[in-house]
Design a protein around this ligand. Structure first.
Ligand code: FE2
Length: 378
C-alpha cells in the first residue's frame, strides 16, 4: 500500500466514523410501498430505488461499491426478493440485506439466511420505527465490517513490510549474502508451487524463506564475515544459527509453525546435517525445500573464499547429491525446474513479486543501499 493508499484508507475510517451518509437501495414493485419506505429512511441515508430485481441488479452493478444496505420486498414480478439478493451476495457480499415479506414461510426465510446471507427479515405490515431500527443496526454492522477490513489490510501490510525489512537488514550484515534470503524464498516458492501446495502453505514458506537465517543475527560479525576458513570452534558457533532462529520466532504465534522449518534448513536427507541430524522425512517438507533453495543460492553466489559457480555447475552438484544431502524426489523436481530457477536468479526482485502471496498488491521498495549486489551475474 502506498502512502497515498494509506491516506485514503485512513480518510475512509474517519468518514465512516463521522457517520457519513450511507447509501441504501430500496427495491419494491409497488410504487406506494416504495415511496413509504423512502419517506421512512429519507434524511438519514442516500436513497436509491428500483422496481424489480433486474432493475436493482443494474443499480448494484454500477453503484455496488457505494451501497451499504439493501431493503428488498420478497414478492415481486420478474424476480423474487430472495433470488435477487442471492445474486447480489455473489457479486457484493459486503452489502447488508434486509427482506420484507408478507408472511412467514420458513423455507423462504431459511433459504434467504443461508443463500443470501440475510441480515434480517421484517414481516409486513410493519411500523416505520421497526424498519428504521433494523436499517440502523444493519448499517452499524456494515461500518464495523468496513473498519475491520481496513485494519486487516493495514495489519497485513505492516507484517509483510516488517518481515521484508528484517530479512533485508539481516542479509546486509554480510555483503556477500546480500539478497540471499529473498532468492532463497523465491526458489522455495517456485518449488512449493510446483508441488501444488495451497496458498496458506505457500505464504508460510514465503515467511520461512525470508526469515530462515534469522538466527544469524546473534552470530558475531567476525565469524559471520570471516574471510577464510572457520576454525572448528567458530564453525560450531555458526552452526547454532538454525536453533537460535527457531528460538527467535517460536514464541510469535503467527510464526510458531515456521520455527521448525527455520531450525531444519541445514538438515540433510542422509542424517548428516545439523542441528539434530534428522533423516529423510523426519525433516519437515518445508525444511527440505528451503535446504535445496539455500544450497543452490550459496553455490551460485560469490563468497569470500570462492567466486560463484555457474547455474549449470550448481544444478549438476544438486543432481550428484540426490539421496545424500537432498530429498531425491524434491531434488529431481528442483532440477526439472532449472530454467525457471535460472530466470529467477537473474531477476529475483521482479520474479519474486509474481510469486509472492504475502506481498501481493503491496508496494515495497528496498532502499538502494540494501539492493542485492551484482554477485549473481554468473
Ligand atoms: Fe542458514
Amino acid at each position: 500500500m502506498s502512502s497515498g493508499d494509506l491516506k485514503e484508507s485512513l480518510e475512509s475510517i474517519v468518514n465512516l466514523s463521522n457517520n457519513e451518509k450511507q447509501t441504501v437501495l430500496i427495491v419494491d414493485d409497488e410504487e406506494n410501498n416504495l415511496q413509504l419506505l423512502k419517506r421512512t429512511l429519507r434524511g438519514a441515508y442516500n436513497i436509491l430505488t428500483a422496481h424489480n430485481g433486474i432493475e436493482a441488479l443494474e443499480v448494484v452493478k454500477t453503484k455496488g461499491d457505494d451501497i451499504s444496505l439493501i431493503v428488498s420486498d420478497q414478492k415481486m414480478p420478474v424476480m423474487e426478493g430472495t433470488e435477487f439478493l442471492k445474486e447480489v451476495n455473489k457479486t457484493n457480499p459486503q452489502i447488508i440485506k434486509i427482506l420484507l415479506t408478507g408472511h412467514v414461510d420458513t423455507d423462504i426465510i431459511v433459504s434467504a439466511i443461508n443463500d443470501c446471507n440475510l441480515f434480517q427479515y421484517i414481516l409486513k405490515p410493519f411500523e416505520p420505527e421497526e424498519l428504521k431500527i433494523a436499517v440502523e443496526s444493519g448499517i452499524d454492522k456494515y461500518v464495523l465490517a468496513s473498519h475491520n477490513k481496513i485494519f486487516y489490510t493495514e495489519l497485513r501490510e505492516l507484517f509483510y513490510k516488517t518481515i521484508r525489512a528484517i530479512s533485508n537488514a539481516l542479509d546486509t550484515r554480510d555483503s556477500y549474502t546480500n539478497g540471499h534470503s529473498l532468492r532463497v524464498t523465491l526458489y522455495s516458492m517456485i518449488l512449493a508451487r510446483e508441488l501444488k501446495l495451497d496458498d496458506k502453505y505457500l505464504e508460510d514458506i514465503e515467511i520461512a524463506g525470508l526469515l530462515h537465517d534469522i538466527g544469524k543475527i546473534v552470530i558475531p560479525q567476525n565469524i559471520l564475515c570471516k574471510n577464510g576458513k572457520l576454525t572448528d570452534e567458530e564453525f560450531l558457533v555458526m552452526k547454532s544459527h538454525p536453533s537460535k532462529g527457531e528460538k527467535i520466532v517460536i514464541n510469535i504465534k503467527k510464526l510458531n509453525k515456521i520455527s521448525a522449518w527455520v531450525k531444519t534448513h541445514h538438515e540433510k536427507w542422509d542424517g548428516t546435517g545439523y542441528p539434530d541430524r534428522l533423516k529423510g522425512e523426519e525433516i519437515p517438507l518445508a525444511g527440505r525445500i528451503i535446504a535445496l533453495a539455500d544450497t543452490y543460492d550459496a553455490m551460485t553466489s560469490t563468497r569470500p573464499y570462492r567466486t560463484a559457480l555457474s547455474h549449470e555447475t550448481a544444478i549438476n552438484e544438486i543432481k550428484r547429491c540426490l539421496g545424500t544431502q537432498f530429498d531425491p524426489k524434491l531434488g529431481e523436481l528442483f532440477v526439472s525446474l532449472s530454467d525457471k530457477i535460472d530466470e529467477a536468479r537473474k531477476n529475483p526482485e521482479a520474479v519474486y513479486m509474481k510469486y509472492s502471496i504475502l506481498g501481493k498488491n503491496i508496494d515495497f521498495k528496498i532502499p538502494s543501499e540494501f539492493m542485492p549486489a551484482s554477485q549473481t551475474k554468473v
